[in-house]
Write a protein that binds this ligand. Structure first.
Ligand code: ZN
Length: 96
């Protein structure tokens, strides 16, 4: 391990997540299933070097979310979060 920061913040996942969620997940608040920390997803540590995206808890480094694209499918693993709380008030602003 080197001392360089090898991760981005959760905002870097906005593009990938916007392909499957209509709401902005980076603004959502999630609870880490490992340490119980509740933070905005944008604060998560994001690793994008692999075949997909891995978001880790900023407090304990536990995996919160994994997203992998395989051909025409997206695999989303969110078991690292107890919950993800989305603010639906933003839905009213994006009516078509
Ligand atoms: Zn944690």
């Amino acid at each position: 391990m080197n001392s360089h920061l090898d991760y981005l913040d959760g905002n870097a996942a906005a593009g990938e997540l916007s392909r499957i969620f209509t709401m902005d997940v980076t603004a959502a608040e999630g609870q880490c299933a490992h340490c119980g920390a509740t933070k905005r997803f944008a604060e998560a540590h994001l690793y994008m070097q692999g075949p997909g995206v891995v978001a880790r808890c900023a407090a304990c480094d536990h995996v919160l979310l994994r997203l992998v694209n395989v051909r025409q499918r997206v695999f989303l693993d969110v078991r690292g979060m107890t919950y993800l709380c989305l603010d639906t008030s933003q839905l009213q602003q994006s009516s078509k």
